[in-house]
Design a protein around this ligand. Structure first.
Ligand code: GLN
Length: 181
C-alpha cells in the first residue's frame, strides 16, 4: 500500500507516522509532479482549509485530485480535509459542513464515542473543528456523533472525520481507511 499524503500545510506528518505503524508506505504531495506517482489512496490532513484550498488551486492540483477521487481513489479527510472534500471545495462528499462549529470557548476538546463499522470508545481530538450539519445524499453514511452532531462519514471509498485520529494512539480509523481500497 502506498498512500499519498497532501503536505501543503497542517498536520500531515502525524498521518504518515500512523500509516507507517500500519505497514503502509507514504509519499508527500507538495506539487503536481509528486501527484503523478502511483498511489493506493490519499489523505487530506487537518490545518486551515482556506489556505489548503487556495494552494491546491494555485499549484494546479485541484482538478487532478478531484478527478482521481471521482475515478475511485480512496480518500480520507480529517478536519480541514473534511471541509476540502465537501461541496465548499472538491465537492466529493455529499455533506453540508459547518466550519469552526464549536465556537471559541470550545475550540479544542477531546471526546470518546463509538464509530460505526470501527468500534466503541474511539478517542477523538477536536481542534477548531467543523461538524457535519446534514448528510445530503443516501450514498453518504454518518458514522459517529458527538453532542448530537455528525463528526464522521463515509461515502463509498471516501471517509471524513471532523476530529484528528492521527493525534491519538488508536490506529483503528486509519486501518479502516486502508481497507477501503
Ligand atoms: N478550522 C479549520 C478550518 O476551518 C480546521 C481546523 C483543523 O483542521 N484542525 O479549516
Amino acid at each position: 500500500m502506498r498512500i499519498a499524503v497532501l503536505a501543503l500545510q497542517g498536520a500531515f506528518a502525524e498521518h504518515e507516522q500512523m500509516l507507517h505503524r500500519l505497514g503502509a508506505e507514504t509519499f508527500e504531495v507538495r506539487q503536481l509532479s509528486d501527484w503523478q506517482q502511483h498511489k493506493d489512496g490519499l489523505i487530506i490532513p487537518g490545518g486551515e482549509s482556506t489556505t489548503q484550498g487556495k494552494l491546491l488551486r494555485d499549484l494546479g492540483l485541484f482538478e487532478s485530485i478531484r478527478q482521481a477521487i471521482i475515478d475511485g481513489l480512496p480518500v480520507f479527510g480529517t478536519c480541514a480535509g473534511l471541509i476540502l472534500l465537501s461541496p465548499m471545495h472538491l465537492d466529493a462528499m455529499d455533506i453540508d459542513v459547518q466550519r469552526n462549529a464549536y465556537g471559541r470557548q470550545l475550540g479544542s476538546f477531546h471526546a470518546v464515542a463509538p464509530v460505526k463499522g470501527i468500534g466503541n470508545d474511539v478517542p477523538m481530538t477536536f481542534i477548531r473543528a467543523p461538524y457535519i450539519n446534514k448528510i445530503l445524499s443516501p450514498d453518504c453514511d454518518g458514522l459517529a456523533e458527538v453532542d448530537g452532531h455528525i463528526v464522521a462519514a463515509r461515502q463509498g471509498r471516501r471517509l471524513v472525520t471532523a476530529f484528528h485520529p492521527e493525534l491519538d494512539d488508536d490506529t483503528r480509523i486509519h486501518r479502516f481507511f486502508l481497507s477501503l481500497g
